[in-house]
Design a protein around this ligand. Structure first.
Ligand SMILES: CC(C)(COP(=O)(O)OP(=O)(O)OC[C@H]1O[C@@H](n2cnc3c(N)ncnc32)[C@H](O)[C@@H]1OP(=O)(O)O)[C@@H](O)C(=O)NCCC(=O)NCCS
Length: 182
């Protein structure tokens, strides 16, 4: 399995997978991702080189978006944003942030989500950063349990935000089965 940066041609695939997952979440009574994510928001992270696709035999089977902290100027100014997910004492710059992780139904159930997170932690480790972090949908406690099972620790929840449950796990070397194509 190869993991490589998404291209503009992957945006529609990601939007389709997301739509399917939103319907699934709704059927479970979860309102996660009920606020539509515009296509351009996905296209923008693809353009920025932050979105990755896992492929098997050239077919896409999963996606994850990784970013570095972009608010370095603010991190020494607490109170700047009362809804900030990460606080100065968390050293927000010392992490890679994972988001928009999706495995489509036809490939779910083989722990590819966990594998992509391990891989992301490896990228954080190689970059010399201490943490792999993410924010999960505030009300989706089943999703929180999933991250806890993968070794993430809950840091805080910013209840006024829809995706305000902050989780982190120490970065560590990646020894898994995804081969990175830079
Ligand atoms: C999270 C995800 C990438 C994991 O893919 P995977 O490794 O193939 O694992 P599975 O799909 O089998 O999910 C593992 C378990 O977590 C549960 N789970 C996954 N996402 C969930 C969610 N958003 N809400 C509630 N439960 C969820 C699954 O139902 C499954 O539970 P089970 O073990 O009782 O069957 C995939 O389930 C997915 O795309 N979920 C929806 C999108 C999402 O919530 N992404 C994370 C948001 S940042």
């Amino acid at each position: 399995m190869i993991v490589a940066r998404a291209t503009p041609g992957d945006v529609d695939t990601i939007m389709r997978w997301r739509g399917q997952r939103v319907a699934w979440l709704g059927s479970m009574g979860e309102d996660q991702w009920s606020i539509p994510l515009p296509r351009w928001a996905v296209a923008a992270t693809v353009l920025a080189g932050q979105t990755w696709m896992v492929r098997h035999d050239d077919a896409p089977i999963g996606t994850i978006t990784l970013s570095a902290y972009t608010g370095l100027d603010e991190m020494w100014k607490p109170d700047v944003d009362p809804e900030a997910l990460w606080y100065p004492e968390d050293y927000p710059g010392d992490a890679i942030y994972a988001a928009k992780i999706i495995v489509p139904f036809e490939h779910a159930g083989s722990d590819l989500g966990a594998e992509m997170l391990d891989w992301a932690g490896g990228r954080s480790f190689v970059a010399g950063l201490t943490w792999l972090r993410l924010d999960a949908w505030t009300t989706n406690t089943r999703l929180h349990d999933y991250y806890r099972r993968l070794g993430f620790t809950h840091v805080r929840t910013i209840a006024s935000r829809v995706s305000g449950a902050c989780f982190q796990r120490p970065s560590q070397p990646y020894v898994g089965r995804l081969k990175t194509e830079e």
